[in-house]
Each structure stands twice: as structure tokens, then as C-alpha cells.
Design a protein around this ligand. Sequence first.
Ligand code: GDP
Ligand code: MG
Length: 439
Amino acid sequence: LTSGLESAWNKLKGEEVLTKENIVEPMRDIRRALLEADVSLPVVRRFVQTVSEQAVGVGVIRGVRPDQQLVKIVSDELVKLMGGEVSELTFAKSGPTVILLAGLQGVGKTTVSAKLALYLKKQGKSCMLIAGDVYRPAAIDQLAILGKQVDVPVYAVGTEVKPAEIARQGLQEAKKKNVDVVIMDTAGRLQIDKTMMDELKDVKRTLNPTEVLLVVDAMTGQEAAALVTTFNLEIGITGAILTKLDGDSRGGAALSVKEVSGKPIKLVGRGERMEDLEPFYPDRMAGRILGMGDVLSFVEKAQEVMKQEDAEDLQKKIMSAKFDFNDFLKQTRAVARMGSMSRVLGMIPGMGKVTPAQIREAEKSLQIMEAMIEVMTPEEREQPELLAESPARRKRIAQESGKTEQQVSQLVAQLFQMRVRMKNLMGAMEGGSVPGLGN
Ligand code: GDP
Ligand code: MG
């Protein structure tokens, strides 16, 4: 999607204002980019029309180029399309909050059940899971295992009982135990069929749930529109959870859900670990779609890992271009500690899908860098200029760390590149413009 959009902005280079004529070509690129991102056609049509109308209406703003203006309009509309604000989960005023999960087979319902329980537990709520997939005994075991992993009780009665009856008993149990939130996992099918829908309706009638969340695989693309519409009409949903956003998804599903159902995406799953569930931020998703990567999520994750002072200190250094080898080491180590390298790399703008071989490569080069930084003197770490200026110092470091002089030179060059790149990134985040769009 990014490259398509980039060509859209580029077509406005040299223009003074946005006009009906000069937005025709960029809008065509935007339309194509959205279709390629697997957004459904009716949604794309409405989007392009809204953006075009607004673009022609805006006047000249001093210091703002037309391409930047169009980026802003597109970005704002994307955010609006996805619901604008973060949509919180609703909780029952009295008695247990009941969350019913629905969706096709393999989309991640069972995984989400346990993730959600952990997510709510962290907010101080007691939870109980109900195993409602009676078609595969393995599904009940899977939930039992995940439940144990997040330390949340699982109510299961086996495969002989109808889901609605399991729901009734489970809810009774939850009330008896004074549980805050009950989450019911259900069976999915490969495609929508009447049995599944009837079963869900029965369960819904029994539970009278606070939330009915449709779990949607982000890879579904434009079929998501039809899927969401059908589920919403048939059983009535209160929102959606988008899973597997860590994968190769092109983002189409995220754009269609709200538009076709009027119901927001409330949470997103970004990995197979139990911790990988987050609120859905429309603005960040828009940023991701526009090619900023998940800069904000990235910064947030980095801050979680680094101590707050460290992070602020780092930011100050970046702003003043004093980023040195100590920071470099701290930062690369923090990145490594963030767990899966692939996830972090995936959040960096311009990085596409990362292969296991690339991850191994990245980890290897991290070790090489550490070896070289370890033999630097404190002054050299704090003043990388010393190394840039002195071949003798670089030679010494190469010898002591067992690396080549070329590798040392590369490391020094990398640090200076990083200074520039981080400065640009910080500037872009403060100024609100989009990096990588050229000038
Ligand atoms: P269900 O059939 O809807 O209950 O789907 P499951 O919960 O059994 O998940 C199907 C597969 O998708 C499992 O292998 C999960 O580990 C995987 N999965 C679920 N959520 C995510 C996610 O957010 N990211 C990734 N990468 N895998 C996921
Ligand atoms: Mg399941």
C-alpha cells in the first residue's frame, strides 16, 4: 500500500494547491493502493469520494505543501473510517460481564479467549473461560492448556452437551464464584453455515452477553466485509477483534469492518504469545497503512523495556545529536530484549516481512557490534568522532575484538547514520509529517 501511496503524493510535486484536476491522478493511485491492500470496492469508492471532495475544498495553507495536505486528509479519513477513537470494552453494571467470541475456524478464537482473560486479569478483573467448541475434543484441551498458562479457570463439560447448555451451566458457575468476566469460546466453521449461526444464536440467547465480538483474521482481506456484515445481521455483534496483524496482512480487513457494520474493532492480536493482545488504535493503524510503520507502538514498546529515564535521556541525546556508542549498545540490547526481533523489525518503516534467516543475521551482527563496543575506551564510546578521525584507534579495536578494520569502520558509519535517521524520525513525529515521502 505504501509504495502506491507514495507515487500518489509524488504526483503533486511542484503543484501550488490541490485542485479538481491535479488530484485526479493521485486519487487514482490511492484507489489502486487501497484495492491492492484488499479493501472492498464499495468501501474504496466511498473513501475516494470523501477524500476528493475534501481535498478540493481546502485552501492554501502557508508552509504546507499540497502533497502534505493530501496525506493529512487521507490520514484523517482513514482514522475516521476505522472508528476514530479507541473503542473500549463494555462491562456489565451488575453481575458478570459476559463476552461471547464468534468467528470462522482457525481465525484465533481460542487463542484470543485466553489472551483476553490475561488482558483483563492485568486490569484486576477475575475471569473464567467457557469451552464451547464441542466438535473437536482437542479444542477443549487447547483452551484448558491456554487457561492454565494464563492461570484462569476453564469451565468445560465435554463434547456431548449442546453449546447453549454449556453456556448456561458455565454462567451459573461464574455467578456462584462471583467472577467479573466470563469469556465463551465457540466453534467455528470454514465457511458461514446455518448450523453454526443457529448455535451461536442459541448461545447468545442463553448468555445475554455484554459483548459479542467477531474474531477476524487480518489476512481475510476484502472478504472481511461480507463476513462482518453477515455475522452482524445474523447474530448481532458489538465489535470485532482483528488477529494475526503480525503477519503479512495488507490491512484491508481493518478498513472494512467499521464501514460495513458500524461496529468498531476493539482489540488486535499481534502474535502467538498470550501477551500479544492490544487495544485497536485507528490512528496508529492509519500510520501503518500510510507507511510510517508502527512508529508509535514501537516507541511505546521500547519505553516499556528501557527505563523511563533512560528513554528520556536517549531522546534528549537523539535530539542533540549526541547519541553515542553507550546509547547504541543500550538501544540494540533493549531491542533484543523486546523479544522477537522480527516483530520489532516489522514495526520499523520500510521493513517488510522478515525471514528467520534475516533474524539470525541480525542477531549475529548484534554480537559482532557488542564485541567491538566492549573493547572501546570510555572516551571512545562517548565520542564516536574519535574513532571517525583515527585509523589507529580503529585498528586497535579491530585487533582487540578480533574483528576486521572494515567491520569497525562500518560500525562507526552505522552510528552516524543512526544519528541522522533517529533525528529525522523524531522530527517527523514531532512535526507530524510522514517520513519517506520525499520533499
Ligand atoms: P480458532 O480455530 O478460531 O479457535 O483458532 P485458534 O485460536 O486455534 O488459532 C489458530 C492458529 O492461529 C493457532 O496456531 C494460533 O497460534 C494462531 N494465532 C492466533 N492468533 C494469532 C496472532 O495474532 N498471530 C499469529 N501469528 N498467530 C495467531
Ligand atoms: Mg478454537
